[in-house]
Write a protein that binds this ligand. Structure first.
Ligand SMILES: Nc1ncnc2c1ncn2[C@@H]1O[C@H](COP(=O)(O)OP(=O)(O)OP(=O)(O)O)[C@@H](O)[C@H]1O
Ligand SMILES: [Mg+2]
Length: 389
């Protein structure tokens, strides 16, 4: 499976890790801290020019109010360099962001730059030593070349060191920004429970209906038509035969609908965004749909996400007493992230039925995960993340 964080990548085979993009992503992540350093320097220098203490305090507070949300947004944005799992917003977001901005601006940025200087700077200076050292003295060239080789050998060590710090820093940022476990608990999933039993069963039912019952109804309808040809046109049985044929036609039409319901036609024809709009359009609770996907996703991903949306909307209609619902869907770094939110009474509990745990299984089969936040009193958010690569 693909690594989702720099720390996970470290556990891979060394060659695979060193050839991957993770060391470079870690380096880019740490180097981007220079932006924070420049921000601190600009703000500090500008304030020191003011000279008058009360004015400096007021300017400091104003700068903090401006900088805190931007620092949080910047940290959230660049976290994807070392952690591909999308980050949900916590309800107590403001305080978390203030804490994060303080830690980032006071401590983390310069540690990042020091780590980069030591891990990359050391080997690079050694590698370049034949070029920068005077080599007239006896043996100096040999020593410089040895230093250069040693520097090259240290580069993989530097890659590990960078990734360790970048990964740990990313984990810390996630811990600061992400909702607590209780806020957004992953619904228990069990791959072993059903593996891909859903898809196999769905296809079996679809095939059985298609090859069995549908064919029989077609044959029945044709036989009734043939019998009609054999009886005199004015016989009283003709009307009854026509009625029977009409019944067979309706049964066939219903069966076709049913087959389509088992495998939503709009989903295979027009993709997930259209299918979500379609199912949301039939919901008794008004739903704002904001799903924008740059391309068609793999079929198991589309099917799993579609069923999450249908069950979530069914639950909203049945249990939530919501006035409005909202569906948001995006592809973030090749991970489909969908959120279904309602402003209802909350208190959704996977233990209360089979729908939510069934969804968690379905999503787990597609290698994704399903999280639920539904405090008593509401609101309820179901979030699903499914990798598409
Ligand atoms: N959006 C929601 N708002 C409020 N409560 C919810 C919501 N969704 C689910 N619930 C609560 O969580 C319980 C579990 O939901 P789940 O979908 O697992 O089962 P269900 O809908 O009761 O039955 P089924 O197995 O037919 O889906 C529900 O019984 C309901 O009490
Ligand atoms: Mg349900």
């Amino acid at each position: 499976m693909r690594a989702r964080t720099a720390l996970e990548a470290l556990t891979r085979h060394p060659l695979s890790f060193l050839r991957s993009r993770w060391p470079w992503r870690s380096l880019a992540y740490l180097l981007s801290s220079a932006v924070l350093g420049v921000t601190v320097a600009v703000v500090a220098v500008s304030i020191s020019f003011l000279g008058f203490v009360p004015l400096m305090v007021a300017a400091g507070l104003a700068a903090a109010a401006l900088v805190v949300p931007s620092v949080a947004r910047f940290e959230r944005w660049r976290l994807r360099l070392v952690d591909r799992t999308p980050l949900a917003s916590a309800p107590d977001r403001l305080w978390r962001e203030v804490g994060l901005a303080l830690v980032s601006l006071l401590v983390l940025w310069w540690i990042d730059l020091v780590v980069v200087c030591f891990t990359i700077g050391g080997p690079v200076v050694l590698i370049l030593s034949p070029a920068v050292q005077p080599v007239e003295a006896d043996g100096a060239l040999a020593a410089a070349l040895t230093a250069s080789v040693a520097g090259s050998l240290l580069l993989p060590v530097a890659a590990y060191a960078l990734s360790v710090w970048a990964g740990a820093r990313g984990a810390m940022i996630r811990a600061l920004l992400a909702p607590r476990e209780a806020d957004l608990a992953e619904v228990l999933r069990s791959r072993a429970r059903l593996v891909d039993g859903f898809e196999t069963e769905r296809r079996r039912i679809e095939r059985d209906l298609h090859d069995g019952a549908q064919q029989r109804l077609v044959a029945l309808s044709m036989r009734l038509g043939l019998i009609q040809l054999d009886v005199p046109p004015d016989a009283p049985i003709v009307a009854q035969l026509a009625q029977a044929q009409e019944e067979a036609r309706r049964a066939l039409a219903e069966l076709r609908e049913l087959i389509r319901g088992v495998h939503p036609q709009v989903l295979s024809d027009r993709g997930l965004a259209a299918a979500v709009r379609d199912v949301a359009g039939r919901s008794p609770v008004p739903v704002d749909v904001n799903v924008s996907l740059p391309r068609r996703l793999p079929e198991p991903v589309e099917v799993a996400a579609y069923y999450v949306v249908s069950e979530a909307l069914a639950n909203i209609a049945k249990h939530s007493r919501a006035v409005r619902a909202r569906i948001h869907g995006r592809l973030v770094d090749d991970v489909l992230v969908m959120e279904i939110h309602d402003d209802g009474v909350g208190g959704a509990d996977p233990a209360g039925g089979t729908g939510l745990t069934g969804l968690a299984d379905r999503v787990a089969v597609a290698d994704g995960r399903l999280s639920l936040s539904s405090p008593t009193g509401g609101p309820t958010t179901i979030r699903v993340e499914i990798p598409c690569a």
